[in-house]
Design a protein. Structure first.
Length: 411
């Protein structure tokens, strides 16, 4: 296995470093307050201030950011080259420079609009979404329609140049702060459930929308439920053909699952656990000297390495323009399970001290690992539950018979 880059790619890395030295100084990197809450836990650097936006525009112009997006829609428009993209990400991360915004708008909706949207939709939404000027939430899940998303019941009825939408969405991240929602609605109630769905873009300031926070066991309200009562949505905000929203939604879900279970997050969390084990006193000595703890950390290190090298495998397949197939399906499942395993070791080391909430003066590591542990349970569900992912891998990837329980339910 050779993980080194060729001379041409190392020259490209040198160019990226020179660009960063010229356009993103140490003062720039230190000019924003440190992230708080969940962003701090995830190690996120999410800046949309004037200085960060000016830098992103220069990086886009150079072709370093949003390389997959046409220049006409605000992107860098560069030939597909996953190795160059990886080098850019590595160097921007080292310099603490603002990279591509990560979230439901830039990471999920933009690729969907590029594939399925009208030219007017691309011109109106893509550029400002990439720069964080328009923020998005996802209106997919409903009460009783989670893993079986196609059973959704939110209705949209055509009334002249508008769709009139009535329904109830749940587990909607950032609905309380988002400008727009990309939403699945049922427009053909008599059609088979996968065929009667349409994909709408809904202005969250529209009359008839009510957002209620859902308080989680972390104490925060990162999710919301959204009630839509006779909300009028312009016909021009339909993405794709009427009744073909399920096809459009598959593009969005593909990008969502790629977003969850990153090896970077697993590595960052494990590094934090190792630092905790070195600092935490357990039965009169640092926890890192406990043989059981050391054994579990070594096992986790092997799993994190496996996840990282799996990422290299996928990167190689991308560079060769090969379809990842089964290998691509594994990433989300393995990454989220690994996140749970890492957080669980931290909680076991902390014992009763791990129950101290973030913000309490005596909470070890500011209570970060309690939050990480509870979040790890959530991401096992987000973007497709672990059990659903196992079924997809087994049936579509390995060609195994359909899950017996699902077969009985269908019959």
């Amino acid at each position: 296995m050779d993980l080194s880059y060729s001379a041409a790619y190392e020259e490209f890395r040198t160019q990226v470093r020179q660009f960063l030295r010229e356009h993103w100084t140490e003062e720039d990197a230190n000019s924003a307050p440190p992230p708080e809450g969940t962003a701090m836990m995830l190690g996120a650097v999410i800046r949309t201030d004037t200085r960060a936006t000016a830098f992103r525009l220069k990086a886009i112009e150079r072709g370093y950011l949003y390389r997959h997006v046409p220049k006409a829609h605000g992107g860098g428009e560069q030939p597909f080259d996953p190795l160059k993209s990886t080098i850019i990400s590595e160097e921007f991360r080292k310099a603490r420079a603002p990279g591509e915004l990560v979230g439901q708008g830039p990471s999920m909706l933009v690729p969907t609009l590029i594939e399925h949207g009208t030219e007017a939709q691309k011109q109106h939404f893509v550029r400002d979404t990439l720069l964080g000027k328009i923020t998005w939430c996802q209106g997919y899940s409903e009460p009783g329609s989670g893993s079986d998303l196609a059973s959704l019941r939110t209705r949209a009825v055509l009334d002249g140049d508008f769709w009139v939408v009535n329904g109830h969405k749940v587990w909607t991240s950032n609905a309380d702060t988002s400008d727009w929602m990309f939403c699945l609605v049922r427009t053909e109630p008599e059609a088979p459930k996968h065929d009667g769905i349409s994909y709408l873009l809904i202005d969250m300031k529209s009359p008839g929308i009510t957002v209620r926070p859902l308080r989680q066991m972390t104490g925060d309200a990162d999710f919301n439920e959204v009630f839509l009562d006779n909300v009028r949505v312009a016909v021009k905000n339909l993405v794709g053909a009427r009744g073909q929203g399920w096809i459009v939604s598959r593009s969005t879900l593909k990008h969502e699952r790629a977003l969850i279970g990153s090896s970077l997050l697993s590595r960052r969390t494990l590094d934090g656990v190792i630092m905790l084990a070195q600092a935490l006193n357990l039965r009169g000595q640092p926890a890192i000297k406990d043989p059981l703890i050391r054994n579990r950390i070594v096992e986790l290190e092997t799993k994190v390495l496996a996840n990282e090298y799996h990422g290299y495998r996928l990167l190689t397949m991308q560079a060769r323009k090969e379809e990842p197939g089964l290998a691509g399906l594994v990433s989300k499942l393995y990454g989220t399970m690994l996140g749970y395993d890492v957080a669980r070791v931290a909680m076991d080391m902390l014992g009763d001290r791990g129950l101290l909430a973030p913000g309490e003066d005596s909470a070890p590591a500011m209570g970060m690992f309690l939050t990480a542990y509870m979040w790890s349970l959530g991401v096992l569900i987000a973007g497709g539950t672990a059990n659903i992912q196992r079924n997809v891998i087994a049936e579509r990837g390995l060609g195994l018979p359909r899950d017996a329980a699902a077969s009985r339910k269908a019959s």
